[in-house]
Design a protein around this ligand. Structure first.
Ligand code: ATP
Ligand code: MG
Length: 207
């Protein structure tokens, strides 16, 4: 099964991808994680995209397309995958449908006010990647591995606002694009990832 998770920045694509991956045994391909890993290792791509991401801009399509082409050809993707964060532009979406078929695009619908609130209260574990929302429960250290949680640079207020603007102008048109292709399924983002996952799961079990 080939799944695309679509939604605004910090709509919870990453959390849903992890839940799907655990239950359905599909690899999660998070373009954000791939780019951040490249930045951490200071690869050529990493050095190039670092300032783009930290300003809340989108990475150029040609780079993203190369990354995806390479990744979906890997051995673990032969039975399908979950795309988390790709495509984000019409160009990326058209290219994706040229090189592969997609079974479903799950659009996580959440208000822009909520998106901003979530991004600001998001913390991540730099060691294991676990994602936390500190608005309900304030914690400083990862409860899985104990590392001190950090805020992503691109989750700071000015950057998140810019990311939301980019989303509205560049990415939101994809909703209509996928709807016309009859691939779009919408889920409303609930209070917790587990609650949202119930709707996601129902869709996937019918595919
Ligand atoms: P979510 O919380 O819903 O998982 P997110 O806020 O974690 O979403 P990421 O997917 O991690 O967002 O993306 C972080 C940044 O990486 C983007 O703002 C953008 O600069 C870059 N990026 C990731 N995927 C793409 C893409 N497909 N095209 C262009 N830039 C991308
Ligand atoms: Mg993410």
């Amino acid at each position: 099964m080939k799944i695309v998770l679509f939604g605004a920045p910090s709509s919870g694509k990453g959390s849903q991808a992890k839940l799907i991956s655990n239950e359905f045994g599909l690899p999660q391909i998070s373009t954000g994680d791939i780019l951040r890993d490249n930045i951490q290792r200071q690869t050529e791509i990493g050095k190039f995209v670092e300032s783009i991401i930290n300003r809340g801009e989108l990475v150029p399509d040609n780079i993203m397309i190369e990354i995806i082409k390479e990744r979906i050809n890997e051995e673990d993707c032969k039975n399908g995958y979950i795309l988390d964060g790709f495509p984000r532009t019409l160009e990326q979406a058209k290219m994706l449908l040229k090189i592969t078929n997609i079974d479903v695009v799950i659009y996580i619908d959440v208000s822009i006010i909520e998106v901003e609130r979530r991004a600001l209260s998001r913390r991540i574990c730099p060691a294991c990647g676990k994602i936390y929302n500190i608005s309900n429960k304030f914690i400083e250290n990862c409860d899985d591995c104990g590392a001190k949680l950090i805020q992503r640079d691109d989750d700071k207020i000015d950057v998140i606002r810019h990311r939301i603007e980019k989303y509205l102008s560049q990415s939101e048109p994809l909703i209509e694009f996928f709807r016309k292709k009859k691939l779009l399924k919408t889920v409303f983002s609930a209070e917790s990832p587990e609650e949202t996952y119930k709707s996601v799961r129902k869709i996937l079990l019918k595919i």
